[in-house]
Design a binder for this molecule. Structure first.
Ligand SMILES: Nc1ncnc2c1ncn2[C@@H]1O[C@H](COP(=O)(O)OP(=O)(O)OP(=O)(O)O)[C@@H](O)[C@H]1O
Ligand SMILES: [Mg+2]
Length: 364
């Protein structure tokens, strides 16, 4: 029917796919979760797989994808299969050290409640360190804000916070009624553990304390109304990512990698973790992909296209490559994110175009 919302047409198409486990269709048997369709025709959903049979789950996912892709108006399908039976515990029992930020405990909201006004939370992650997560997260958040969204940036890297440097922030945040007021910088609300706790102190923290600190950064910060909260995570696939994964609010994860051959293993680790946590992969970004020389030629210093190949291999969308911008490092070290301070520079434009792609993947 003309004029029918795209999401309904997609739903109807998915309802033609039979679910071998129940003999019904995948919509009727509740296998399709989190279905959304953006105005530009990007369809996202997760397909809940029935226990353990990976091959069957992948076949079914392929059928569902094909059905959705066949609907007129659909430009892209981002779908993942999830398996529940062997997933990590959803809520580890609270242990000691549950309040590392030392806030009043009387009316602490749960993760979901406190993010009621936040439409999308996206995690920026990578399998290994130093690939540019913090740089990408900060400039992406700025570019999303510049595109007109209400955006926030949370630096959840407990051991090595970057936000104070990237944004040149140092003032301790104000605390009102037991809630932390985020800093405001470059059109964003921003918060980092580095603004609250002396990083040397945090170095001694172990898993449970890291998890509670990340939880508090989400739940005890007064984020208010946001279209999107970008979360910069520590390298690897540890406690901070697990905590984020437990928040039902996580729209998805962006995996940053570099073009080396080794990117395959990195991307695999990142994608694997979030898929185990039922978190959709919004896409892979290849950072430091090449250096442009003065005559406009591209020098591939770290190999060519590794992250893009890895994305394809693990069936994750590829969000594009960012070259090495020598001026980006200097600006970042000086507390001036180029997406805000030089939006017309090559780096500024590259982040704006990444933001436009990410915007399409958000829940409106
Ligand atoms: N596209 C780029 N062009 C030039 N320099 C970049 C680019 N991306 C990141 N850098 C620089 O690379 C260094 C590492 O970047 P960044 O701190 O963002 O990585 P990270 O993945 O967050 O690291 P960590 O794992 O330690 O948190 C920084 O000095 C940053 O300025
Ligand atoms: Mg970082």
């Amino acid at each position: 029917m003309a004029g029918e919302p795209l999401i309904l047409k997609v739903r109807a198409a998915l309802a033609t796919v039979a679910d071998p486990a129940t003999g019904r269709n995948i919509i009727a048997s509740g296998r399709v979760q989190g279905l959304s369709a953006s105005p530009s025709g990007v369809v996202r959903f997760t397909l809940e797989a029935a226990g353990g049979k990976e091959k069957e789950a992948m076949d079914l996912l392929e059928k569902a994808r094909t059905a959705a892709a066949g609907v007129e108006g659909v430009t892209r399908v981002a779908a993942v299969a999830t398996a529940h039976q062997a997933g990590p515990a959803k809520s580890p029992p609270p242990r000691g050290h549950s309040n590392p930020l030392g806030l009043r405990q009387d009316r602490r909201a749960g993760l979901e409640d406190s993010l009621l006004g936040v439409r999308n939370v996206i995690a920026v992650a990578s399998g290994k360190g130093g690939v540019g997560k913090s740089t990408v997260a900060a400039n992406l958040a700025v570019a999303l804000a510049r595109s007109g969204l209400k955006a926030g940036l949370l630096d959840a890297d407990i051991y090595g916070p970057s936000l104070p440097t990237l944004f040149g922030l140092k003032d301790k945040p104000e605390i009102r009624d037991g809630r932390i007021l985020p800093a405001r910088a470059f059109g964003l609300k921003a918060m980092s553990i580095g603004l609250i706790v002396d990083p040397d102190k945090a170095l001694a923290w172990r898993g449970p304390m890291v998890m509670s600190a990340v939880r508090q950064l989400i739940s005890d910060v007064d984020w208010g109304e946001l279209d999107v909260l970008v979360v910069d995570t520590p390298p690897g696939t540890g406690d901070a990512q697990l905590t984020l994964g437990q928040s039902k609010k996580l729209t998805g994860a962006i995996i940053v990698s570099t073009p080396q051959e080794l990117a395959l293993a990195d991307v695999k680790r990142g994608v694997g973790l979030f898929r185990r946590l039922d978190v959709p992969i919004l896409g892979v970004v290849e950072n430091m992909a090449w250096l442009e020389t003065e005559d406009g030629a591209r020098q591939y210093l770290f190999g060519k296209g590794g992250a893009e190949r890895a994305a394809r291999e693990f069936d994750a969308p590829f969000l594009g490559a960012l070259p090495i911008f020598p001026e980006l490092r200097e600006a970042s070290d000086a507390g001036a994110p180029l997406a805000a301070t030089a939006p017309d520079s090559p780096a500024g434009e590259a982040f704006a175009s990444l933001a436009a792609k990410v915007r399409d993947l958000l829940i409106p």
